[in-house]
Design a protein around this ligand. Structure first.
Ligand code: GRF
Length: 218
């Protein structure tokens, strides 16, 4: 079976990109990365792509007079690479309606919270501030509203006493690296359908049990 062709859009360190690169190394994994795209010429994640011999392109937003022109250039690169699924992996530029419509249901994002809680930036600080006992991460289809759209996979982790934003972020990040490759796999296998703006995953097992925090023997 042909592998699903991915374009991964990054702005920073690219650890989620790395998780996808590693998943794609397995010949049985049903997707491959054909392009890593960034708007940041110095994005450290570009080195990860180069090390894996994946083509990279920089579309620098400073070179464009407005957002539509920038996004047209992004789309041109994605189309030229033949990608049919676009994965945002720490891509820090807001994408406008035209781009989101062009890639509707073919554009996914990873966000470091259990959406719809804590959309936007500084998710871990805000989760700690709110005193939640469970945090996590979400892979979702992208809609025009930021950090909103049909949810594909989530993972939950406990918040520990004494956590700060860095320790919580690290615990969540471990799960990000699990669920992003998982979400891509499910899409590539054709298991993911959007029905009335909710995701239905064919053949999915549902975990039993609960994450209870704080934990006590009763
Ligand atoms: C991740 O926490 C992701 O959830 C968020 O941006 C961060 C990107 O990290 N959207 P990395 O560049 O993948 O390491």
């Amino acid at each position: 079976m042909a592998r699903l062709k991915l374009a991964v859009l990054i702005s920073g360190r690219g650890s989620n990109l790395q998780a996808l690169i590693e998943a794609c190394r397995n010949p049985a994994y049903p997707a491959e990365i054909v392009l890593v795209l960034t708007s940041e010429p110095d994005a450290p994640g570009l080195e990860r792509a180069k090390a894996a011999k994946i083509p990279t392109r920089v579309v620098d937003h400073h070179d464009f007079s407005d957002r539509p022109a920038f996004e047209t250039a992004l789309t041109a690169e994605i189309e030229a690479a033949g990608a049919t699924l676009v994965c945002l992996a720490g891509f820090m530029r807001l994408l406008g309606g035209e781009f989101v419509r062009r890639w509707r249901d073919r554009l996914i994002n990873i966000h470091p919270s259990l959406l719809p809680a804590f959309k936007g930036l500084h998710t871990h600080e805000r989760a700690l501030e709110a005193g939640v006992r469970v945090a996590g991460c979400t892979v979702h289809f992208v809609r025009e509203e930021t950090d909103h759209g049909p949810i594909i996979v989530q993972a939950a982790v406990p918040v520990h006493p004494g956590d700060d934003a860095a320790t919580l972020a690290a615990r969540v990040l471990v799960q990000e690296h699990v669920i992003y490759p998982l979400a891509v796999r499910l899409i590539a296998e054709g298991r993911v359908k959007i029905v009335a703006e909710r995701v239905v995953v064919a053949g999915a097992g549902a975990p039993t049990g609960a994450l209870v925090n704080p934990a006590f023997e009763l």
